[in-house]
Design a protein. Structure first.
Lengths: 516, 516
């Protein structure tokens, strides 16, 4: 079944791109060939309307076994890691932060659009922004993180200064760690939570520096940009990262993973639970069962940056070894914290390592006794944490745990379904075409052909809604991302989701798009 | 002059402690032999009062050339890095954050103390805490960081959520970077500021991962705990760190540094501008001149965590290569940011490195284009920064730069002199006995013999003042640290400094100490 000849070169240091078999990645919209009947109709309407380049590519599901590729550090020395640069896209605002006029779209002149829908839009635009209780009026931030924050969480950010080794703060930190156990659904006392100052990315460094050693093998399941980056991080630490890639919008299948695991002894397997660049959801439970069956010694590392707090994760039941995340997404606390849950098995692996950890700030050798002390409400010190961020995290975790977690995940599913239905009824497609691949906290939406993010994002901003542009390098200009996590979903008083759906509809109309 | 025979072993991996010549480090108070006449009198009074162990050790300045030692990773695998653990000292508060009763001091029974000063203390204790404008009432945090924060800075921490790639936030970040150039007094366009989510410690990792390569040599000037840690960090990255140690309270002398630099080609030299564990100030200007003269290719790395914002630093004029710091000390912004200024020369060294940086989250390969884009007010992305912390930093830097920097440094000197005079008049000594070694933003104070931090800190806390305990492992139980940075010094409406001096006096009286 599995053709090992089709693996990329693993031992040479040549750039893999010339030998890369990942042809489906070059397709602008890989799922167009697999639309269900009603959506195929919508696609044909769009194709009629914008015939220039919106083509239906044939499915290449049969070539999925070609998709193994090896990650190399082949980028120019200081190339940007992402398409997120104004070098490549028009700014939404001018230097003073004022909204720039949207660029005239290339499918209809701006004047024509204005004449098309003049009164309706003007009345909307003059409406004052809703005042969100104690926060200054501002557009609703509906990108896949940072998200909108609850008032009480933001107020906790202004907590007066405290000593990082004083008992009141130590108690707060200790409670945060205990609450994280509940959020990750682990009651195994051998599990160990970590909270460090940093971004989600620091979680990758922690895995790479503490759980693997130079020369170790890692299997990286690829569902978007963040697998490339995690692999890049692992290679930085001398780990051999082999990527198992799926076409954009899909995920590696269990039989492919099983085949890969049978080929080689991997120290760790990494999976992005929700890839923020594509909105693709990975299925963790059966993945874990497969890994445990085929390669029981392989540690299972879940990048949960865009999933913890909005997708169910049962750390103990699913036998996970690391789930890493950040504060600013579904957990609902401002950015600045790298958050991890580590299994007892992973801690033992760490303690058994031959060489010292290959990071200092990210070293569990330095942090493990500190975290254990904090949770025991004993003061200790390695590096100064951020008391204000820890207070905000305490507030957000308290809010999350005040309701059943199952209800929280259901709320996110319901909001996601509502949004995905609206997207479909607008005649738009998602990067993740199959329902089982669709995240519940974000939606990555292909724009109609000929419309790019800089055409539509400023118009959304004028309506008080901020979406994100594309992040997957190969198709960044073709799609937008709508984040629906945290209070925008769970606080029924907030109009964010409905307003965003309406605004998307109106903004597309403004640039000349009409869903039939 | 310089006896290379006295250097510790440099190539073996044996623990150095058996061969370490750092005898003065074993003295409990190395400077007692060198007191000026009036302070000698005070010391003799204290000695009469507490004759048990407060002995005057002879000066060993002549043995300074013995103090070279090599840093090794000889600690147990998970030993705590510091004495900051409740395993080793009594907590100040109980589990609920309430003040614990101070431990009965071992020099006088608690009852006796209570009878000694009953009414005066009770009236003080019943006074409500001063309300600090918009902040909840709280004790004044006068540890050497985190410090007290200005209201406007804390309010900026509650900023509503913004996209990290949206123009308003990008503008704010860009202005922060430009303001940092002013704070560090650099107008060289080749200099490069960095601001990352993390603690000050992450600055060490950035130096170790970007400027040196495995096998490179580093000379680490030791004035306290933080040199040990920086050396430990460098060793983590495979760099050979040689420490040049001074007795507690002193700093390596120029002729010693010159001798060391003549012995070996060091890629970098690191110096802690103010060591937070000892309050020792290093002199940077003449140090830099010496390094440039003796070893012009050696990069000069200044750990300015406890100095940037309260001690003068002229980045260009002094020819520095890296000054690294954190947000929560004299810059006056909550913890959570690692801040660096890097010279054009250091950036060139980084770009010329043979191997890729040995960190991912701390890699300038990843961050340099991002910082350059932010400063040019262009959106780009590597890892999500913390918009709230960046807003707070923007506010604090705006406040700092609204007055001449020279005035700010003078204010800190004046407050420091006032405090040091009060400490002396109380008959107490500093770890840094010589004025030229004394920091301007903190004071490390030896307690009278027989009195330990857990005796006096809870009493200070009751009076609304938080000081820190000792941090230098060998003498941690013998001294306390008083931080005097930022708004506590520059805001004339704040009573912090005077209140702290009075409280220290009263608290010592409470535990039975009397200065004659």
């Amino acid at each position: 079944m599995f053709d090992s000849e089709q693996l990329g070169p693993v031992n040479s240091r040549r750039c893999p791109h010339s030998t890369c078999k990942s042809r489906p990645l070059r397709r602008p919209s890989s799922d167009t060939g697999k639309l269900a009947a009603p959506r195929r109709l919508l696609a044909s309407i769009i194709t009629r309307r914008y015939p220039s380049s919106f083509t239906l590519a044939p499915s290449r599901a049969s070539s999925r076994l070609n998709l193994f590729s090896r990650h190399f550090d082949s980028k120019p020395f200081l190339e940007l890691n992402t398409p997120f640069s104004t070098e490549r896209s028009a700014p939404l605002e001018d230097d003073q932060g004022n909204l720039a006029k949207p660029k005239a779209p290339n499918i209809a002149p701006a004047e024509a659009i204005k004449e098309q829908t003049p009164k309706k839009l003007e009345s909307r635009e003059k409406k004052p922004q809703p005042v969100m209780s104690s926060q200054a009026p501002h557009p609703a931030l509906l990108i896949p993180g940072p998200i909108e924050f609850d008032d009480a969480v933001l107020q906790s950010m202004s907590h007066f200064s405290e000593s990082h080794v004083g008992q009141p703060f130590v108690n707060t930190f200790g409670e945060v760690l205990s609450m994280l156990r509940k959020l990750f659904q682990t009651s195994d006392p051998a599990s160990q939570p970590f909270v460090l100052s940093g971004s989600g990315t620091l979680g990758w460094d922690q895995v790479a520096a503490n759980l693997v050693e130079p020369g170790d093998e890692a299997l990286v399941l690829h569902t978007g940009y963040f697998a490339d980056s995690f692999a890049d991080c692992l290679e930085t630490y001398g780990v051999k990262a082999t990527q198992l890639k799926a076409p954009i919008g899909e995920r590696p299948q269990l039989h492919e993973i099983e085949a890969a695991l049978s080929e080689k002894a991997y120290k760790i397997l990494t999976v992005t639970h929700v890839d923020t660049s594509t909105g693709v959801l990975s299925e963790i439970k059966t993945l874990s069962e497969t890994v445990r069956r085929v390669s029981p010694d392989t540690l299972i590392i879940v990048d949960g940056v865009c999933s913890v707090g909005c997708e169910e994760i049962r750390f103990d039941d699913w036998g996970l070894d690391v789930v890493l995340t950040a504060s600013q997404k579904a957990i609902g606390c401002p950015a600045g914290l790298s958050i991890l849950m580590v299994s007892g098995r992973a801690i033992e692996t760490f303690k058994a390592r031959k060489a010292r950890p290959t990071s200092y700030f990210g070293s569990w050798k330095n942090w493990l006794p500190i975290m254990q002390n904090y949770e025991a409400k004993k003061a200790s010190y390695f590096a100064t944490p951020s008391p204000q961020l820890i207070h905000a995290l305490h507030t957000s975790l308290t809010q999350i745990l005040s309701r059943p977690l199952a209800q929280r995940f259901e709320d996110h599913k319901a909001a996601s379904q509502k949004i995905k239905k609206a997207v479909t009824s607008l005649g738009l497609k998602q990067l993740a075409s199959k329902p089982e691949n669709q995240a519940n906290g974000m939606t990555a939406i292909y724009l109609p052909d000929g419309i790019t993010p800089p055409d539509v994002l400023p118009s959304l901003m004028k309506k008080g809604v901020i979406f994100a542009g594309g992040l997957h390098k190969e198709i960044a200009a073709k799609y937008i991302r709508f984040g629906h996590m945290g209070v925008s979903v769970t606080d029924s008083k907030r109009p964010d989701i409905n307003k965003a759906i309406e605004s998307l509809k109106d903004s597309l109309v403004e640039v000349g798009y009409k869903a039939d």
